[in-house]
Design a protein around this ligand. Structure first.
Ligand SMILES: Cc1cc2nc3c(=O)[nH]c(=O)nc-3n(C[C@H](O)[C@H](O)[C@H](O)COP(=O)(O)O)c2cc1C
Length: 157
């Protein structure tokens, strides 16, 4: 099954999950990166990111290449920002027309994922959803536990 993992990661957690999926499924990784990739710290990071979510901003992305038709399974991952998918993922979903695909979703968060999966699904009509999984800051968790949880999920896709 040819698989793509399309993800955004600001601080490495979703990138970790994407890499772990790649290890198992030999998936192609497509990292979404914003044109402005300056790293903010502390409180200003939450203000900056939260504002983008509230204003429904769709920041420009660095050039990326993806051909959804080339894949049997597309796994999409995002951090949760202010109980929403990240603005970067929203940009991607607005730019691409993905239809009639098998899709699985993952997100990383700090304990409050809200309705993030429903919000992503609403932007991907006409697709089949094979599964969803969330992780609480996995880069800070026991690695083997993360791997075990992820691999059990992958088996069910
Ligand atoms: C701007 C901003 C807003 C966030 N909002 C939430 C939130 O609403 N709920 C939550 O559980 N975590 C929230 N977080 C924490 C991240 O979702 C969490 O640390 C995630 O693992 C980061 O993924 P990444 O390392 O791939 O960027 C927020 C982080 C940032 C930077």
């Amino acid at each position: 099954m040819k698989t793509a993992v399309i993800y955004y990661s600001y601080e490495g957690n979703c990138a970790l999950i994407a890499e772990l999926i790649k290890n198992v499924l030999e998936a192609d990784l497509i990292e979404l990166r914003t044109a402005d990739d300056k790293k903010r710290q502390g409180f200003s990071k939450y203000l900056w990111g939260g504002r983008q979510v509230i204003m429904k901003e769709t920041p420009s992305l660095k050039p990326y290449t993806v051909d959804p038709e080339a894949y049997d399974l597309i796994i999409i991952g995002t951090p949760v920002w202010a109980a929403n998918p990240t603005p970067a993922l929203n940009t991607f979903l607005g730019e691409q027309r993905i239809r009639n695909k098998k899709i699985a979703l993952f997100c990383c968060h700090a304990g409050g994922k809200g309705k993030v999966f429903d919000k992503i699904k609403n932007k991907l009509p006409g697709n089949t959803f094979a599964g969803e999984i969330d992780f609480i800051n996995p880069a800070k968790q026991e690695r083997q536990e993360v791997v075990n949880k992820l691999n059990a999920w992958i088996k069910g896709l």
